[in-house]
Ligand binder design. Structure first.
Ligand code: BG6
Length: 511
C-alpha cells in the first residue's frame, strides 16, 4: 500500500535549511588542522555547500603550524569531510569546495603568517572585483586567541573598507572570570563588540532554539512557566564517551568549565529568560544577561550543599570494560580534575524565586542524553485517591536535545477499566518524525549566522563574564579543597554524592 505515503519533497514540513543571502566571504580558519576543524567545521562547511547555502563566492584559508602545502591540506580536508560529514559527500560539490581551499603554514605569533594572509585576502578581493567579507575563525587552543587577535590588528586585518570583518572565537573563553575579562579587553582593543562572535555550539542546536518557540509562540506553556507552578528544573548533559584523545585539554578544564560554564548556563537562560520584545541579537542577549545576573554565585560556605564533583572510575560502557579517568592515557594519576559536576542554582527574581535549577554533566555516564526537564508542582488534591489512583507523578515538560530531539509532556491518564486508576503517559513531538529530516549540525547554522552577521546565537562580552561570575567561586573552592574526588563507575548514573545537593523530595531523573 503506497497511497498514504507523502514523499518528503511534497511535505511542507520537510523544507530543511532555508537559503538566506550571504555576502561573498573569505573564511579564515585558524587551527585548520585541529580536531575541531576536522570533526566539525570542515564537515559543516561542506554541508552548507551541499545545501547551496554558502555565499556564491566563497574562499577558505586554513592557517596552522604544520608545514603543509595547500594541496596536502586539501587532501586532508577531503578525508575529514568524507569521514565526518552528516551526509555522504557529493563528489562534484566537494571538489568545487576544495578548489576554493588554500593553506597558510606558520606559527600564530609569526608576523609572516599575517603578511601572507593579507596577500591572499587582497587577491580574493581583486578576483571578486569588490571587497569580500572576512570571517576569521579562531579554532586554536585558547592560549593563542589573544596573540592572533593582536597580530590581526597589527597587520590591519581587523577592518576592511566596504566589507565586514568578523571574528569567531571558540570556547573556553578564559579559564576564570579574570581571564575572560582580560581576553574581552584584548579583543575589544582590536575589534568592536559587533564584530566578535563568541561561539557556544549549543545555541545552534535546533531544540535549543525551539525552546524559545515553545515558550513564546504558544499560549499553553507560559502561564505555568513560573514559581507558582514549576517545582524545579533539571538540566542534564550526560555523555557516554570518556576523555578520549583530549586528555591534555580536558585535564586542564574539567566538567564545570567544559560544559556548565557555557552550554548548560545557556540552556538555563533559555528556560528562565523573559520574552524579548523582538528576536534581535541585543534584545535576546539582554534578557539572558538579566537571568545570569539574578543567579547568586554560591558563597564559599554553601559550596558543599550546592555543588558536587566526581571522577569516573573503571566500569562498563556498551558492554565493554573501560578504564577509569585516572588510568586514561595522558591523565596524571593524581589528577583532581572533575569529569562530573552538578550544581543547584537559584534565579532570584520575581518569576523564579524559590525554584531550584539543577544542572549536571558528566563523561562516561550510562548514555548520551541532553535534556531540560521542567517539573510542575503536584496537583493540590487528587479526588480519585480512594480508587487506587496513586501514585500520579507531577506533569513534566521535557525538551530532549539529544539524541532524540523533541518535546514531551507527561500527563496523568486513566488506565482502561472499571476503576479510576491513573498512570503517567507521554504527549510527544519528535523532530525526526514530524519534519522528516535530520536537524542540521549546530555548527552549520552558526557558521552561516556568523557569515551573515547575525549575533543572536552568540555570547556577548557581559554575558560570558556573567557566566564566569557564577562558576568562579565553585572552581576556587574546589581548587582549595584539593584531595581525591568521589568516584562513580563508568557507565553508571553518576556519583551517589550527587543526591546531596537536592532539596528533600527531589530525585535526579534517570539518565
Ligand atoms: C564540547 C565539549 O563543548 O561539547 C566536549 O568540549 C563535549 O567535551 C561536547 O563532548 C558535547 O557536545 P555535544 O554537541 O555532543 O553535546
Amino acid at each position: 500500500m503506497t497511497g498514504l505515503v507523502v514523499p518528503a519533497q511534497h511535505n511542507p514540513l520537510a523544507e530543511g535549511l532555508e537559503h538566506l543571502p550571504v555576502h561573498p566571504t573569505v573564511m579564515v580558519l585558524f587551527g585548520a588542522t585541529g580536531d575541531l576543524a576536522r570533526r566539525k567545521l570542515l564537515p559543516a562547511i561542506y554541508e552548507l555547500a551541499h545545501d547551496g547555502a554558502l555565499p556564491e563566492r566563497f574562499h577558505l584559508v586554513g592557517v596552522a603550524r604544520s608545514a603543509e602545502t595547500s594541496d596536502e591540506y586539501r587532501r586532508q580536508a577531503a578525508i575529514a569531510i568524507r569521514r565526518f560529514s552528516r551526509r555522504a559527500p557529493d563528489e562534484a560539490v566537494l571538489q568545487r569546495l576544495l578548489d576554493e581551499v588554500e593553506y597558510v603554514s606558520g606559527a600564530f605569533a609569526d608576523p609572516g603568517v599575517y603578511d601572507r594572509l593579507g596577500g591572499i585576502l587582497h587577491h580574493c578581493d581583486e578576483v571578486a572585483g569588490w571587497p569580500m567579507n572576512r570571517c576569521l575563525y579562531l579554532a586554536t587552543a585558547p592560549a593563542f586567541f589573544a596573540t592572533i587577535v593582536d597580530e590581526l590588528g597589527a597587520h590591519g586585518l581587523a577592518r576592511r573598507a566596504d566589507a565586514d570583518v568578523r571574528v569567531v572565537v571558540e570556547k573556553p573563553f578564559g579559564r576564570t572570570l579574570q581571564e575572560a575579562r582580560q581576553l574581552n579587553r584584548r579583543m575589544l582593543a582590536v575589534f568592536e563588540e559587533r564584530q566578535i562572535f563568541r561561539i557556544d555550539h549549543y545555541l545552534g542546536k535546533e531544540t535549543v532554539q525551539n525552546l524559545l518557540a515553545l515558550r513564546f509562540a504558544n499560549q499553553l506553556f507560559e502561564p505555568v512557566w513560573n514559581r507558582n507552578y514549576v517545582d524545579h528544573v533539571q538540566i542534564t548533559a550526560a555523555e557516554e564517551v570518556g576523555v578520549g584523545s583530549r586528555a591534555g585539554f580536558y585535564d586542564q578544564t574539567g566538567a564545570l568549565r567544559d560544559l556548565i560554564q557555557n552550554h548548560l548556563l545557556q540552556l538555563l537562560c533559555h528556560v528562565a529568560m523573559e520574552p524579548p520584545a523582538r528576536f534581535g541579537a541585543d534584545d535576546v542577549r539582554n534578557e539572558k544577561v538579566k537571568v545570569l545576573q539574578a543567579i547568586r554565585p554560591p558563597a564559599s560556605w554553601e559550596i558543599q550543599r550546592r555543588a558536587v564533583r566526581a571522577q569516573y572510575g573503571p566500569g562498563f560502557v556498551g558492554g565493554d570494560a573501560v578504564p577509569g579517568y585516572l588510568e586514561e592515557e595522558g591523565v596524571p594519576p593524581d589528577s583532581t580534575t572533575e569529569t562530573y559536576a552538578a550544581l543547584r542554582l537559584s534565579v532570584d527574581n520575581w518569576r523564579w524565586a524559590g525554584v531550584p535549577f539543577y544542572v549536571r554533566t558528566g563523561k562516561r555516564l550510562a548514555r548520551k542524553k541532553t535534556e531540560i526537564a521542567v517539573e510542575l508542582r503536584p496537583v493540590p488534591h487528587l479526588s480519585f485517591a480512594a480508587d487506587g489512583a496513586a501514585p500520579v507523578t507531577p506533569n513534566t515538560i521535557v525538551l530532549s536535545i539529544q539524541p532524540d530531539e523533541g518535546v514531551s509532556v507527561s500527563v496523568a491518564a486513566k488506565i482502561p477499566g472499571p476503576r479510576m486508576r491513573l498512570r503517567s503517559v507521554l504527549m510527544q513531538f519528535l523532530y525526526g518524525t514530524t519534519f522528516l529530516s535530520d536537524s542540521p549540525e549546530a555548527y552549520e547554522r552558526l557558521l552561516l549566522d556568523a557569515m551573515r552577521g547575525d549575533a543572536t546565537l552568540f555570547t556577548r562580552d557581559d554575558e560570558v563574564e556573567a557566566q564566569w561570575r557564577i562558576c568562579d567561586p565553585v572552581l576556587r573552592a574546589w581548587e582549595a579543597m584539593g584531595g581525591a574526588l568521589p568516584q562513580y563507575a563508568a557507565g553508571s548514573q553518576g556519583p551517589d554524592e550527587a543526591a546531596t545537593i537536592l532539596i528533600p523530595g527531589h530525585e535526579w531523573r534517570m539518565i
